[in-house]
Design a protein around this ligand. Structure first.
Ligand code: FES
Length: 153
């Protein structure tokens, strides 16, 4: 059987029937057609699937969709507003903070969460540490940190 899930996705209230064992990543990609959230390892090791749940960065491959009942989920598709890129998106472009781009949506979701988290230091080492769950196989780390630092207001 399926279970009803009521949540807010990229600012829109949604009601869906989901399998009780379906993870948020698969519901986003397969049921809702939101392909921006990437599947890398599917085991919580790479960060490609990072989304925000109530403003916190989370690996959507590890989270049952039904656990998002009543929560606010934001995916990379929800970062740009009114046709304007989010500053983090703009700075990833300007700093060449990607190569193949596969990890980029997850990197940007972790980046936007860390910029809103006052507990995280503003120096490069703290940013690197906070981003350590997001693997970039191309090794664009230096430019990623640069893009994040440039996004501070
Ligand atoms: Fe979720 Fe790798 S796909 S952490």
């Amino acid at each position: 059987g399926t279970q009803t899930l009521n949540f807010t996705l990229n600012g829109e209230p949604r009601t869906l029937d989901v399998a009780p064992n379906a993870v948020l990543l698969d519901v986003l990609r397969e049921q809702l057609g939101l392909g921006g959230t990437k599947k890398g390892c599917d085991h919580g090791q790479c960060g490609a699937c990072t989304v925000h749940v109530d403003g916190q960065a989370m690996n959507s491959c590890l989270r049952l969709a039904v656990m998002c009942e009543g929560q606010q989920v934001t995916t990379v598709e929800g970062l740009a507003r009114d046709g304007e890129l989010h500053p983090v998106q703009q700075n990833f472009l300007e700093c060449d903070a990607y190569q193949c781009g596969y990890c980029t949506p997850g990197q940007m979701m972790s980046a936007t969460a860390l910029l809103n988290d006052e507990r995280i230091g503003t120096d490069d080492a703290s940013v690197k540490e906070a981003m350590s769950g997001n693997i970039c196989r191309c090794g664009a780390y230096k430019n990623i940190v640069e893009a994040i630092q440039k996004s501070r207001v």
